[in-house]
Design a protein around this ligand. Structure first.
Ligand code: NDP
Ligand code: GDR
Length: 341
């Protein structure tokens, strides 16, 4: 039986990956940093809470990581833990760098000492491409990070490549574009939209207040993206891959589609921070824009070219934009309806 260690077990990807590996017969250890929220709601929602061996490990604490690696002796390590919210990285740049950059190095050092033949997956991100250098973005596109989060992740990316090349470790970096699901955190724009629209629909809230509606993202479906993390570690040689859908859509399009599925008819008025979304059926303003949700530096457009993953791993995305919005909107409508009963 193979043994996997997943950091960030309580996050969106941690939960889906744990489910996938359990289904494949792995013994799954989940590293949790012991924060205030111990609800484990994602593992519960997937019905796997009982089967994951949760251990405490914080990427900030080297001795803690050393002990865990020495004890668990994992065959595969998936480093999904991060301060993953781009906006918060502008408020907490040093913490973000400690976790998302030096945290990766701490983990790699612990593996070098105690389990250098373990296979390692690093959760890299399309945010590293940042300011547009090339469209669509692929593995060879130059990086130009636009946030403390992206700068820290770029260190995590290169240190992974460096440990592969310096110490012959089986270390891979997945450059994943945005991927979403009903288990997405509420701070991210997609889930904020579907959750708030569902609450407006059931009379629990009046308005959805957003930032930049013109940002374009390549949004995929998280359960499909964790499959490719596993696939990368099953190859003969370690490598880095872009994972995306190859489509891009604006935040405005996401709102429009989600609103339509929830039964609203949005009509837009005004521009920039004066934009308002009016529900034609009731005449009420249900969407507004606030500078509070704008970022000091924005990533305007992301669209990924996943052809290397398709050729070498045989992977391609199945769920595209419209279906993704529908899955998320319907899940939140159901949740809110149930909570109201
Ligand atoms: P989440 O924010 O849902 O999960 C991140 C997890 O990391 C949380 O469980 C959090 O713990 C944990 N964590 C935070 N700080 C520490 C720390 N100091 N030590 C240990 N654990 C910590 O992220 P996702 O599941 O969406 O993403 C997984 C990874 O993939 C992240 O690294 C993210 O940056 C990266 N990524 C995500 C993409 C996406 O679109 N989802 C795209 C590309 C990359 P707690 O639960 O206690 O807060
Ligand atoms: P992102 O995701 O920054 O791409 O990082 P997020 O959903 O936070 O933002 C996407 C785009 O939407 C715009 N936006 C808003 N964003 C949020 N969160 N809230 C709002 O109200 C809002 N209004 C508009 C943003 O400006 C941005 O352009 C995600 C994370 O999962 C990272 O960890 C991961 O690395 C990248 O995806 C790929």
């Amino acid at each position: 039986m193979k043994r996997a260690l997943i950091t960030g077990i309580r996050g969106q990807d941690g939960a889906y990956l744990a489910k996938l590996l359990l289904e494949k017969g792995y013994e799954v250890y989940g590293a949790d940093r012991r924060s205030g929220d111990s609800s484990n709601w994602r593992l519960k929602e997937l019905g796997i809470e009982k089967y994951v061996k949760v251990i405490y490990m914080d990427l900030l604490e080297l001795t803690n990581i050393l002990r865990v690696i020495k004890e668990v002796q994992p065959d595969e390590v998936y480093n999904l833990a991060a301060q993953s919210f781009v906006q918060a990285s502008f408020e907490q740049p040093i913490l973000t760098a400690e976790v998302d950059a030096i945290g990766v190095l701490r983990l790699l050092e612990a593996l070098r000492f105690y389990k250098s033949d373990a296979k390692f997956y690093q959760a890299s991100t399309s945010e590293m491409f940042g300011k547009v250098q090339e469209v669509p973005q692929k593995e060879t596109t130059p990086f130009y990070p636009r946030s403390p989060y992206a700068v820290a992740k770029l260190f995590g990316h290169w240190i992974t490549v460096n440990y592969r090349e310096s110490y012959n470790m089986f270390a891979c970096s997945g450059i994943l574009f945005n991927h979403e699901s009903p288990l997405r955190g509420l701070e991210f724009v997609t889930r904020k939209i579907t959750y708030t629209l569902a609450r407006i629909k059931y009379g629990l809230e009046d308005k959805l207040i957003l930032g930049n509606l013109d940002a374009k993202r390549d949004w995929g479906y998280a359960p499909e993206y964790v499959e490719v993390m596993w696939l990368m570690l099953q190859q003969d040689t370690p490598d880095d891959y872009v994972i995306a859908t190859g489509e891009t859509h604006t935040v405005r399009e996401f709102v429009e589609k989600a609103a339509e599925i929830a039964g609203f008819q949005i009509e837009w008025e005004g521009e920039g921070i004066n934009t308002k979304g009016i529900d034609k059926k009731t005449g009420k303003i249900i969407i507004e824009v606030s500078p509070k949700f704008y970022r000091p530096a924005e990533v305007d457009i992301l669209i990924g070219d996943y052809s290397k993953a398709k050729t070498k791993l045989g992977w391609k995305p199945k769920i595209k934009f419209e279906e993704l919005v529908r899955i998320m909107m319907e899940a939140d409508l159901k949740r809110i309806e149930k909570a109201k009963q």
